[in-house]
Design a protein around this ligand. Sequence first.
Ligand code: NDP
Length: 491
Amino acid sequence: MEDVYRLYKSMKIIHNYINGKLSKPKNSNYIRVFNPSTGKAYAKCPDSSFTDLNNAIASANNAFILWSKKSNEDRSEILLKIAHELHKNREKFALAETIDNGKPLNDSRNIDIERSINNLKFFASAIINNSSESHSLPGNVINYTLRDPLGIVACITPWNYPLHLLTWKISPALMMGNCVIAKPSEVTPMTAYLFSKLCIKAGLPKGVLNIIYGAGNNIGDEIVKHPKIKAISFTGGTKTGKTISKTASSLLKKVSLELGGKNPIIIFDDCNYDEMLNTTVRSSFGNQGQICLCGERIFIQESIYNKFKKDFVKETKKLKIGNPLKSDTNQGAIVSKEHYTKVLAYFDRARESGAKFITGGKSKSVKGTCSKGWFIEPSIIENLDRNSDCYKEEAFGPVTSLHKFKNKEEVIAMANETKYGLSASIWTSDLSTAHQIAKDIEFGIVWVNAWNLRDLRTPFGGMKDSGLGREGGNESMRFFSETKNVCINYD
Ligand code: NDP
């Protein structure tokens, strides 16, 4: 597997995908792209300018007339062809995601690329099975509701699940008849680039999807402001989400925001202990802790606190950290040097506030090819002051904190004492406890005896500072359409 690094030895150049072609940025500016597990730059992606954006908008504008008039079946067929191409090339994509993001190759295969294929297939099927609503009134009156495409929409995505989140947004947008300007994170642009090649191969008409790369606060901001863009679907940090929301709302644009979280995992002493323990290791450290759904606060009923602490530390210590290309690696590298520094600074602040690391709490040195990579030990904190910054802010790294609780009332209050409201997991075998807590906690996604168990039809998204609107199934299809009600009196 080490040979793979040779494959990526020469500098790769990423191109924008505009008007059905791969093109260089007009200003010839590029941003370096790093392999997080080696710490070396291996590619460069465009730092696009307003001219590139305008070219993409012009091509999307031309494409819209034909694309929006195509039948649902025709649009669906093209998306299925892209899914088929992705499936054929899945190993190449998994490898590219790992090199670009630092995550274990097994995760890229079984989560990122697998889910990307599923996203494409799901929305290709959803559009065929989509039904319109009609409401009749007494007498001869009937309403029917049309959902028309919006026009040109933007999909802005983060670095933690680069291709998965891109396909999650562009699929419903395209199936509803819109043309798309997508901007992946400049930190992890590679699989989006490879994906644009698949779109060309699968025959996606030119201009229907345009992918442009560049710094968020530059070209990202231009995308949000552009008068031709009717809606913005964004996944990323809360701070960026607020900036986007401010700009977009002043222009009366539709916005969907999927933002950060500080999610609680609530463990009662009557739960299925072994299953809970296995899942809690994943919910804490999966994807190096860089999942918006990761549980950064674990609340444990006091009767099993000591047992849980001992077992959780033991299981965490078994995780293998290192070269993400090795098949037995559980945890790869942190996505960028900047993010690595941010997570370690969070550790320092936690210590300063009096917290104690019962395992981890530092970077991890890895020998061989990955000696210059950005690795952090999976870390567990105890005695984290609930008034401290670290308790309140998302770390978005391989770290979680343990807290004792006595009863339902106390844990509901503790779970809710955050500005975020994305997801929560409740572990109990008592159905009434599960129902009551699920009802009283302020989180958009609640799992009982599970974590990150996904059904693409369900509403996905957060309350409070975790976002605005929901994605998934009909929620996504509605977001990417303009609703028109027609009321007929046929008396
Ligand atoms: P950022 O908010 O930094 O960036 C997300 C995307 O927005 C990137 O493409 C970025 O570009 C772009 N961007 C940055 N500034 C602007 C701007 N002013 N206008 C338009 N676009 C901009 O998030 P991260 O990439 O750091 O992702 C991590 C965050 O994402 C975490 O907080 C995590 O919780 C959240 N997240 C939420 C999910 C959810 O479903 N709720 C799922 C996954 C992640 P560039 O990178 O090029 O600067």
